[in-house]
Design a protein around this ligand. Sequence first.
Ligand code: NDP
Length: 496
Amino acid sequence: MVEIPPAVAKFLDGTHQSIVIGGERREARSGNTIDVRDPGTGEVIGRIAAGGPDEIDLAVGDARRAFEEEWRDTKPAARERALLTLADLVEANAEELATLETLDVGKPLTESLYVDLHYAATSLRYFAGWATKISGDVHPVSPPVGDAFVYTRREPLGVVGAIVPWNYPMLFYTWKVGPALATGNTVVIKPSEFTSLTAIRFAELALEAGIPPGVVNVVTGYGAEAGQAIIDHPGIAKISFTGSTATGRKILAATANTMAKVTLELGGKSANIIFPDADLDAAVQGALFGIFLNQGQVCAAGSRLFVHPAVHKEVVEAIAQEAEAIVLGHGLAPDTQMGPLVSDVQLARVAGLVDSGRQQGATVVCGGERPGGDLAPGYFMQPTVFTDVKDDMRIAREEIFGPVLSVFSFDEEDEVIARANASRYGLVAAVWTNDLKRAHRVAAQLEAGTVWLNAYNVLDPTTPFGGYKDSGIGRDLGLEAVHSFTQTKSVWVNLD
Ligand code: NDP
């Protein structure tokens, strides 16, 4: 049994008022709620409001009012200061936010604190800095007669719909709200129905940071209701989305009508390639971190591990030995190294794919089962490693989004590049080698938005992140992300 801290228990009592519009917390007009379950126990620990089109309409209206009356004209230095204060508040409340995230998502508390909350505060600070640095250009025009002075302004878009998944809720709020607010937009956040708790606290902290009511709004609810209402709403100027490719396609279809701009950060089936000259200890640690972080529920998960035959046996044995030693448990238990999956739905999806691997002839080297005993009521899955995986099996092609690694063997550099690229996805890839020329040669040929050389799962707010092919459109993070929350206006001044 784990104990929920009293302050968090008190907060959980009021989560039926999870919708935040114009700075006010409220229930859904319908009175409908969604149970919040602790994935570590399967127990109901609270309930959130099931908002829908009515609430989205109210939120978009209020966000538009806040945009026109206040935020777009707030001085850049004041926007920067407010975002920096928000980052400080996120840091000051990190313990509480991390506890909520762990209760909602399942990940170990240390991970919530040192990955999610750390990067949430860091990302806000990075985006805060851009508020005072976004500028246009002066253009050396050559009009046929006379002369002109031409400059560009980077202006905000309006109301941004931020649709956020359940794997890194806090972190993704900052990746979307940070650049949106820095550039003068206002936001309506639709968190995942599975993990909405930190969204409420985030909106409260935004108010505490001096960000005016209506600038950051939250509408909790089901994807098919609240989410769909955002993407269909004509008042939304941009959708910033992270989630599945299937929902990404629905967003593209809906925005064909509304003309909203889109940034889509979607799934992956990423290749992690170990050449025989690699530092094998580091490569094994990288492979483990690549697949088991956040129970494998990471868009960048290194779920396809390609290992050269010269080191295949050694690498697989080392990975299996470490995977079997991982301590599974409730995220709030102090010795837990891996928590449960986020929901029963996700557990069923992952277990189904593991079964398909067995049925299609792959070999389970370790794991492959749900743990029993005290953990049985939670949504746990053992860390699982498959070998003898063929490129056309489901576990080789589909995003599993769970702690499941498929290991392949390859002989030649060209062959492994072709196989790594033979996926509809193209989010990230990694290469382990001590041959400098090979490292850069392979990095250049991999079809992925990020390539790590002798590293895995490292990100920084300065560096664009996003996918090739079905892994998305546009980039989160970096200046590229900041620019995507603006539109360019060219101003011509007649000098004759
Ligand atoms: P979804 O794409 O359904 O969820 C992502 C977000 O979109 C959630 O907030 C969801 O709300 C919302 N949403 C769902 N349907 C709509 C809609 N019609 N219009 C607007 N918003 C919508 O992912 P799932 O939770 O179903 O996960 C399925 C798979 O997607 C995972 O197994 C994984 O493979 C992949 N995934 C990838 C992620 C990534 O980081 N790239 C993150 C999460 C999932 P709600 O949760 O309330 O339905």
